[in-house]
Design a protein around this ligand. Structure first.
Ligand code: UGA
Length: 439
């Protein structure tokens, strides 16, 4: 089977590489010629564990190739996946211009039956618009070709995307013909062998499933952050509360970790887009409104704790920020809470030294030379008034505390992800602040 993937961003690239890995012939198309040349030479636009090897291996075996020419890619394909960007518009809704451009282009160039699948996260009703764009392009050519549209949202976590794709919890596919269903069932068969389910549904439900899932997860995090803040005030320990509630299988223990707010390219964007869809239908999603408000507040939490500790006086003080990416195992800086923290520190007249094992190059595109990037976590902490842990990379988990105590100006730690043992740190002479603890 041959498929075409339009868009070599995070979703397109992981999808293309993993489909090729199980034996499908995949051609990835992108309008960015420089990006395609780099990919042809094995240089990836993103950092994702395991992806490089899969791309190289499948390029060598000629199952995976990259081109800028949709016309060259389409012959012989049975499905095209649209995996281009859907950046947020001014009102928070997903901007569909790239999705619809690709749909139109497919209509202009296709010569045989195709299943045209939206893979990008797109609001309910997008498949109808994709269908219209394809139909218009075909009728402009006066061609009557058969095709189907389908929706196949992805549930990949950055940093764990390869595993999520190869061993999915579920594959959601929205179709409205049996031909499209058969094509996609055949494509995904290799992933279903160990009992991983494929869920066929109508197209609008598949589109909604993606947003409802991300919004539910974002809700969990904002809920936990809210409860953590209350624990801090009321003298309870959120870590114990988390274990206490997570042991109920109806709640479950995953995704209950409080922190400095959710970030990334998905939750913030998808929550906004779902709120906007609600507004379009005259329905106010009140819980989701609160989820967003709690998250905005949570991103300021560490900074407020810093101000309180230093009695509002942090001008000319140096702070070490450990971790920059929105979460570990990625260089993605989109909507990273570290950016909000760093900008607040700088505005208050402080200086910042930061270390991240992977994301510093990417972070520099957001922060320029407003902060110092260091070669390791210890250099960042030299003469610092405090360390602020923003991202829970493994490398930060067991530092040499005595060494740090000696090289810092004052041994103060703000643990934005609750990864440290407060009792041990206090014994070592540190002042410790976590999330959802009394301090
Ligand atoms: C998220 C979803 O988890 C994926 O299922 C989905 O496919 C993806 O969005 C998408 O729409 O493409 P991702 O953004 O990569 O994946 O990251 P997550 O691991 O879900 O983390 C999101 C944010 O929540 C991070 O900022 C993380 O630090 C935060 N988080 C997560 C917490 O604060 N606490 C937790 O317990 C878990």
């Amino acid at each position: 089977m041959k498929v075409v993937i339009a868009g070599t961003g995070y979703v397109g690239l992981v999808t293309g590489a993993c489909l090729a890995e199980v034996g499908t012939e995949v051609v990835c198309v992108d309008v960015d010629a420089a990006k395609i040349t780099r990919l042809q030479n094995g240089i990836l636009p993103i950092y994702e564990p395991g992806l490089q090897e899969i791309v190289m291996r499948n390029q060598e075996s000629k199952r995976l190739s990259f081109t800028t020419e949709m016309s060259a890619a389409l012959p012989g394909a049975e499905a095209v996946f649209i995996a281009v960007g859907t950046p947020p518009g001014e009102d928070g809704s997903a901007d569909l211009q790239y999705v619809l451009q690709v749909a139109g282009q497919i209509g202009q160039l296709m010569e045989q039956y195709l299943v045209i699948v939206t893979k990008s996260t797109v609001p309910v009703g997008t498949a109808v618009r994709v269908n219209r764009a394809v139909k218009e392009a075909l009728s402009a050519r006066q061609r009557l070709l058969d095709y189907d549209v389908a929706s196949n949202p992805e549930f990949l976590k950055e940093g764990a995307a390869i595993n999520d794709f190869l061993k999915p919890d579920r594959i959601v596919v929205g179709v409205n013909t049996s031909r499209a269903r058969q094509t996609l069932e055949q494509l995904y068969r290799p992933f279903l062998l160990n009992g991983h389910p494929i869920l066929f549904m109508d197209i609008a439900s598949a589109e909604m499933t993606k947003y409802a899932a991300n919004a539910m997860l974002a809700t969990r995090i904002s809920y936990m952050n809210d409860i953590a803040n209350l624990c801090g005030l009321a003298g309870a320990d959120i870590n114990q509360v988390r274990k206490g509630i997570g042991s109920d299988p109806r709640i479950g223990k995953h995704f209950l970790y409080p922190g400095i707010g959710y970030g990334g390219s998905c939750f913030p964007k998808d929550v906004k887009a779902l709120l906007q869809t609600g507004r379009e239908y005259g329905y106010q999603l009140r819980i989701l409104d609160a989820v967003e408000a709690v998250n905005e507040d949570q991103k300021q939490l560490l900074f407020r704790k810093v101000l309180r500790h230093f009695d509002g006086n942090i001008r000319n003080k140096k702070f070490a920020v450990w971790g920059l990416s929105f979460k570990p195992n990625t260089d993605d800086m989109r909507e990273a809470p570290s950016l909000v923290l760093i900008r607040s520190l700088l505005e208050a007249g402080a200086t910042v030294s930061a270390y991240d094992p992977v994301a510093m190059k990417e972070a520099a595109t957001y922060l320029g030379n407003s902060i110092t990037f260091t070669d390791d976590m210890y250099s960042a902490a030299e003469n610092a008034a405090a360390i602020l842990l923003a991202t829970e990379w493994n490398t930060f988990r067991m530092p040499d505390w005595l060494r740090l105590r000696n090289l810092m100006q004052s041994p103060v730690l703000f643990d934005g992800r609750n990864i440290y043992d407060d009792v041990q740190l206090i014994k070592l002479g540190f002042t410790y602040y976590g999330i959802g603890k009394s301090a």
